[in-house]
Write a protein that binds this ligand. Structure first.
Ligand code: FAD
Length: 351
């Protein structure tokens, strides 16, 4: 795919498909459509691609602060991951955190964001006769999805970009954000009421760089899903992605919800004693707070995507809110959404 670009203000020709969101779901869908010759524009409000595949640098330290690792359950995702393994993008981290269960937990060699960059950049241009590269625009926030007589229009935050026209749309933003785009464009959907019930956990992440290793147990991480304070703690140096000691703490959804409206210093003051418990005698050299309003669905929508509308073209919602959630769920959802556009039901293809 073309390298993500700064916003421009020119209007492109209408595209076959406009994808909102350059996380794993959006990038996977874009690649599947482009490789068979569809013109695709991907827009993302973030500074780069990846969404919740997020890696932050603090000085020389490197910290994953969204997804920490991923697992593989389906052959189709395994075949994708085999490509990532072969390219040296990912590697097994461990086979279980407290005790091994034989199933690999994969990490990205240079941080989870590298997976998104790899998917964005690697389109198999030899696979079909007329492949194209999707165009990816970052720092472009969609404000509204508007239905016209014969195409969709996506309007953006003031000054980001002129509106774009598209034959089809896949919105991979978290479901409440996708629904807000419909409301802003006065676009009705029979799915809106159903999708409105999908709720997301909020998660606060605390990122700390240290003067020495905190000495977390092998493999440098603690996973404790039912802990009231921290559900995951990772030493990014032991994980192999940071040249310096740097720890990521994920607060439990319930504590994150309780502290959500507090200022960062108040969050850190609340956590002071608990943080110290895991840091041993290491001195904190920098500490930051990052908030994920939509870390993952409480209960995902049971299908891999939802058809929000079929007129004036197909409008799909996809992403980890659908199907199996998490990294694998996002991948499978993006793939299924692209497949739905390429092979619509007969009635829709004729319409
Ligand atoms: C704290 C945390 C820990 C996690 N841990 C794990 C884990 O260990 N293992 C695992 O498998 N999964 C984990 N996950 C979940 C995993 O990261 C996600 O399931 C997956 O990355 C979601 O991909 P996606 O493409 O569906 O969504 P996203 O990655 O969120 O992509 C959606 C994109 O849409 C963009 N967007 C939204 N609204 C607009 C708009 N209006 N205009 C333009 N762009 C827009 C966003 O900027 C974003 O880039 C974790 C997530 C978090 C937050």
């Amino acid at each position: 795919m073309s390298a993500p670009t700064e916003p421009d203000h020119s209007q492109s020709d209408p595209v076959d498909c406009l994808i909102i969101g350059a996380g794993l779901a959006g990038l996977t869908a874009a690649r599947s459509l482009a490789v068979v010759g569809r013109s695709v524009l991907v827009v993302d409000k973030g500074r780069g691609v990846g969404g919740r595949l997020a890696t932050r640098r603090i000085g020389r330290a490197v910290l994953d602060h969204g997804a920490q690792f991923f697992t593989v359950r389906t052959p189709i995702f395994q075949s994708e991951v085999d490509g990532w393994l072969e390219a040296g993008i990912v590697t097994p981290w461990c086979y279980g955190f407290d005790r091994g269960d034989g199933h690999p937990r994969y990490r990205a060699v240079e941080g989870m964001n590298a997976i998104a960059k790899y998917v964005a950049e690697h389109v198999d241009l030899d696979s079909t006769d007329n492949p194209r590269r999707p165009r990816i625009m970052t720092r472009v926030k969609a404000n509204a999805i508007i239905g016209g007589p014969d195409h969709w229009t996506v309007a953006y935050e003031a000054g980001a970009r002129e509106p774009d026209e598209a034959g089809a749309i896949i919105s991979t933003a978290p479901i409440p954000q996708s629904l807000a785009l419909l409301r802003a464009g006065a676009t009705s959907s029979t799915m809106a009421d159903t999708l409105q019930s999908v709720r997301y956990h909020r998660v606060i992440a605390v990122l700390a760089t240290l003067d020495r290793s905190p000495g977390l147990p092998s493999p440098g991480a603690i996973q404790q899903p039912t802990d009231p304070t921290f559900t995951f703690i990772a030493d990014n140096e032991a994980k192999g992605i940071s040249p310096e000691p740097a720890v990521t703490f994920h607060l439990s959804p319930s504590l994150s919800a309780r502290l959500w409206d507090e200022e960062d210093p108040a969050v850190l003051a609340h956590l002071h004693e608990e943080l110290r418990r895991y840091l041993d005698d290491a001195v904190v050299t920098t500490i930051q707070v990052k908030r994920w309003r939509y870390s993952g669905p409480v209960t995902p929508f049971p299908e891999r995507y939802a058809v929000a509308s079929t007129h004036p073209g197909t409008l799909l919602f996809a992403g980890d809110g659908f199907g199996d959630s998490k990294v694998e769920g996002a991948f499978l959802s993006g793939l299924a959404a692209a497949e739905r556009l390429l092979n619509p039901p007969a009635a829709e293809a004729v319409a």
